[in-house]
Write a protein that binds this ligand. Structure first.
Ligand code: SF4
Length: 158
């Protein structure tokens, strides 16, 4: 089954305090109004991300990154979990950005951080006091939205 990613990139703001390698998985079917990552809607976009290519990217950035973040991919839990397990086995933290309100427990067991909630321009992103989105530490259950308030992050993707 297709599990494609756009070209991974290093990001600094999506997971506060971490340097993350970010994989944007295509095939998002949530359809948020005003989505500014519509290239993620079509599952054929990007290139196939399997265990081998994932390890390639981790090797390329080893010693530079402390975390791996996925924008989407929860629609294929088994594939996502297998990659999360690889990241964890290397001592990396893991994060998922999803537009859904809830995800499978089988996925969250492999996450350190989770951002939930659709993009709603009227409510704003994680840096907005009125946002519907939640960024949390999965291990402690603590909501960490306050860490985004001064960063100006308006991340809508997944
Ligand atoms: S979840 Fe993210 S990528 Fe998907 S439609 Fe919403 S904003 Fe766009």
């Amino acid at each position: 089954m297709i599990f494609n990613t756009l070209l991974p990139s290093i990001v600094f703001q999506e997971v506060p305090g971490e340097i993350s390698l970010c994989f944007s998985i295509t095939g998002c079917d949530i359809g948020c109004n005003g989505c500014h990552s519509t290239e993620l809607w079509k599952k054929e976009n990007g290139t196939f991300l399997n265990e081998e290519t994932f390890e390639y990217w981790l090797n390329k950035y080893q010693n530079l990154i402390s975390c791996v973040v996925f924008f989407g991919g929860e629609w294929q839990p088994s594939q996502l979990i297998s990659l999360l397990c690889i990241a964890q086995s290397r001592g990396l933290k893991t994060c998922l950005y999803t537009g859904r309100k809830y995800i499978d427990l089988s996925i969250s067991h492999h996450l350190d951080f989770l951002k939930t909630g659709k993009w709603d321009a009227a409510l704003g992103g994680l840096d907005s006091d009125t946002t519907n989105q939640v960024f949390m530490n999965v291990k402690t259950g603590e909501t960490l939205n306050h860490l985004f308030n001064s960063q100006g992050v308006q991340h809508a993707a997944a």
